[in-house]
Design a protein around this ligand. Sequence first.
Ligand code: SF4
Length: 58
Amino acid sequence: MSHKKGKQTIGCEVNGCAFWENQYCGLDGIKVTPCQHVNNGVPEDETLCASYSKKQGR
Ligand code: SF4
């Protein structure tokens, strides 16, 4: 498996995140974690972006 550090573009739809910039993540890299105690295969239940930060004023 190739190591792609620094070579990825992250599309994102979480417009409430402080790092969100017009359909993309403004960070150089993010961390994605599995949700605890969930194993139902539904994408929105299984994982989330652990680099999320609440946008100010929301
Ligand atoms: S940190 Fe995560 S939630 Fe925030 S813009 Fe980047 S990918 Fe989206």
